[in-house]
Design a protein around this ligand. Sequence first.
Ligand SMILES: C[S@@+](CC[C@H](N)C(=O)[O-])C[C@H]1O[C@@H](n2cnc3c(N)ncnc32)[C@H](O)[C@@H]1O
Length: 155
Amino acid sequence: MPDVYNKVTELDAAVAGQLADAMELRAKDPAQQAMLAAYLAGLDLPDNAAVVEIGCGTGAISRALAARPGVGEVTGVDPSPVFLDRARELSAGAANLSFRQGDGRDLPLPGASFDLAVMHTVLATCLTRPACSRRRSGCCARAARWRSSTATTTR
Ligand SMILES: C[S@@+](CC[C@H](N)C(=O)[O-])C[C@H]1O[C@@H](n2cnc3c(N)ncnc32)[C@H](O)[C@@H]1O
């Protein structure tokens, strides 16, 4: 059975809204928060680091990233306009956080423009690793900083 997150742009608004609720609920789970903290621990980011989250959903992880010391700005990217509306609503007032509609396989962002790229529970559910590898996503990380909750790769 295909993962529902694979077809986010085809979902009706009510279903997408329920998924948005579920994402926010999940982000509050202590086990999820511990997983995020574990794989972000020890990151050696430059001051004022630029971070991109690919597959940001409602932006729970982007908000956590934006609140980390040393992080200058966070850009969240997701294909779903419904999730992005929720992300913008929930991050209102956070000056260092913005969201863009886009696909992780063809990011609407210039290459080598971020210090850190994060994919949190995206590779397993939405994108196969070959389809959205660090190189295809192209992007992004200027240095060997790439964190994923399902795979951590280094250059
Ligand atoms: C399980 S949710 C995780 C959301 C967020 N990272 C979090 O942990 O709260 C998977 C996300 O991947 C997004 N997604 C699906 N296909 C995508 C694609 N082709 N490129 C980028 N993101 C995609 C979905 O819209 C959804 O927001």
